[in-house]
Design a protein around this ligand. Structure first.
Ligand SMILES: Cc1cc2nc3c(=O)[nH]c(=O)nc-3n(C[C@H](O)[C@H](O)[C@H](O)COP(=O)(O)OP(=O)(O)OC[C@H]3O[C@@H](n4cnc5c(N)ncnc54)[C@H](O)[C@@H]3O)c2cc1C
Ligand SMILES: NC(=O)C1=CN([C@@H]2O[C@H](COP(=O)(O)OP(=O)(O)OC[C@H]3O[C@@H](n4cnc5c(N)ncnc54)[C@H](O)[C@@H]3O)[C@@H](O)[C@H]2O)C=CC1
Length: 445
């Protein structure tokens, strides 16, 4: 059997590795238009903000690793077309050489692209996106310029908030804009988003919410400012971070697509063509909170989808467990994590939900105060069935492991009542006898 993988970042890598490490006799060919693979974008803000010394550790594999496993890999090779009837992939190398690769099974792992605001002035120098390693390098270089003092970030989602912190850590005056009234509204309810909003302003970031960018302003071909619905701001560097869209251009009229254009896949990550799988950010996922198909762009999902697709290609039927969109962020040491739906997201998805909130300390009062942080938790559950559909947590304490339990609860469709009497251990070094998870669940109406 011959498998061709198009796109060798997290999803393509995990599919290829699963096949190559299976011991089965499979010929694997990997094609990617980029010059590198396996870049962990999650680290961009860390090295741009100088919280880690270098970017080198953000790559976890390379082309030689795949060649050593017996795969054929061509980087700087862009797939231009796919003949799904005859099962042939057409690609072109950087030097213009044309390649043809036939396949028995094809894995599309072409990922996502940042959404580009269609604004006047979008050809000016000094405008940036943050997706590829190379784009991180450009932002890093732009911030290092002597005359780069003011940075405007459009979009206060995960990328925007993280890069705003990084630019502030580099001593820049940072202005952060979002169409919504708060930061991180794709992940949290207002009560939690406000914690991040305050954290950002407490750390010197100027937040501008409910404000839409209207034009990039410039002089002599270089950006000098940003015009929004509420005013004009000076800017030496502008970073766009208003979300991703799936990069799923192949198979128009042949492969079924989701509402946002992503490849529509089943629980095995197979597309509407039996020989073609699609994994990672270019494909859909199954949401256990919505009990429906969804689109969520995360590296964690990408890796799991690659494993599932490859296992099926190898002949073992395996269905993905579905996703909750579990996520986390840590900005100036303030940690927010969430899984499943916020109340707002649940209602947008047509669910009738209730929620139970609690604010407590992590440890008993007799523990030293400098080790004992406040924790805020919200559990969101469906009114009628009482199944848990979401959870949000915020603290200075690293409570992140707690959210995985809520992720499992959503996956397994557990009710909030099941959680109330769950055996949760107690040790003063870690938590309280009446810990906040138990108490929040007991208090659920
Ligand atoms: C700054 C930043 C921070 C992030 N932080 C996190 C985080 O903390 N946690 C998390 O879970 N997720 C995070 N993400 C999201 C995560 O990076 C993506 O979900 C993940 O990269 C998706 O992996 P993928 O392999 O599906 O797609 P991609 O990473 O988009 O890779 C797709 C690959 O396909 C190649 N390709 C595309 N078209 C072609 C073609 N025609 N021919 C050949 N090759 C092609 C591309 O060159 C690319 O290498 C972050 C993203 C960014 C940008
Ligand atoms: N910690 C993590 O897990 C991280 C995950 N990622 C993932 O990468 C993907 C892309 O991240 P982001 O680009 O930050 O997307 P995002 O969805 O997190 O945030 C986009 C933000 O842009 C705002 N927005 C949209 N259109 C706008 C407009 N015209 N003007 C102003 N604001 C506008 C939205 O309200 C939203 O707050 C997401 O799927 C995200 O989850 C990215 C970074 C870190």
């Amino acid at each position: 059997m011959k498998v061709v993988v198009v796109g060798t970042n997290h999803a393509g890598i995990s599919a290829a590795n699963t096949i190559l490490e299976s011991g089965q006799d499979v010929e694997v060919t990997l094609l990617d238009r980029n010059s590198n693979l396996s870049y962990l974008g999650c680290g961009t803000a860390l090295w741009v903000g100088r919280q880690i010394d270098s970017y080198e550790g953000l790559f976890y594999t390379n082309a030689a690793d795949f060649e050593a496993k017996g795969a054929k890999i061509s980087l700087e090779t862009e797939v231009k077309d796919i003949d799904f009837e005859n099962k042939v992939v057409y690609a072109e190398t950087k030097s213009g050489e044309k390649l043809e690769e036939s396949y028995d099974k094809l894995v599309l792992a072409t990922g996502s692209l940042p959404i580009a605001p269609k604004l006047p002035g979008n050809d000016l120098e000094g405008l940036h996106f943050l997706k590829l390693f190379q784009e991180g390098q450009q932002v890093d270089k732009a911030l290092a310029a002597e005359d780069a003092n003011i940075v405007c970030v459009i979009g206060a989602g995960y990328i925007g908030v993280e890069i705003a912190e990084a630019a502030a850590r580099r001593g820049k005056e940072v202005h952060l804009f979002d169409a919504e009234e708060h930061s991180l509204m794709n992940y949290y309810d207002v009560d939690f988003a406000e914690i991040m909003d305050k954290n950002l302003t407490d750390n010197g970031i100027h937040t501008h919410f409910g404000e839409l960018a209207e034009a990039y302003l410039g002089e002599n071909g270089k950006v000098t400012g940003l015009k929004t619905t509420k005013g004009e701001y000076k800017a030496d560097v502008i970073i766009n971070a208003i979300g991703f869209r799936p990069n799923a251009a192949f198979g128009e009229g042949h492969l079924e697509k989701f509402v946002n254009g992503a490849y529509l896949v089943d629980r095995t990550f197979k597309t509407s063509d039996d020989s073609v799988y699609a994994v990672g950010d270019c494909a859909t996922n199954y949401s256990n909170a919505a009990n429906a198909t969804t689109y969520i762009a995360l590296a964690s999902n990408a890796v799991r989808s690659g494993i599932v697709a490859a296992t099926n290609i190898l002949g073992t039927h395996l269905e993905g467990a579905g996703v909750q969109g579990s996520n986390g962020i840590a900005i100036f040491d303030k940690k927010l994590v969430s899984t499943g739906f916020s109340v707002r997201a649940a209602e947008k998805n047509g669910l009738k939900v209730k929620y139970t909130d609690i604010e407590d300390t992590q440890l008993p009062g007799f523990m030293p105060a400098d080790h004992n942080a406040d924790v805020k938790l919200r559990i969101v559950y469906e009114e009628e069935s009482r199944r848990i559909v979401g959870a949000q947590m915020a603290s200075d304490y690293d409570m992140s492991m707690g959210i995985h339990m809520f992720s499992l609860a959503i996956q397994e469709q557990l009710t909030v009542d099941k959680l109330a009497l769950l055996d949760i251990f107690f040790l003063p070094h870690f938590n309280k006898p009446y810990n906040y998870i138990t108490v929040a669940a007991l208090n659920a109406e």
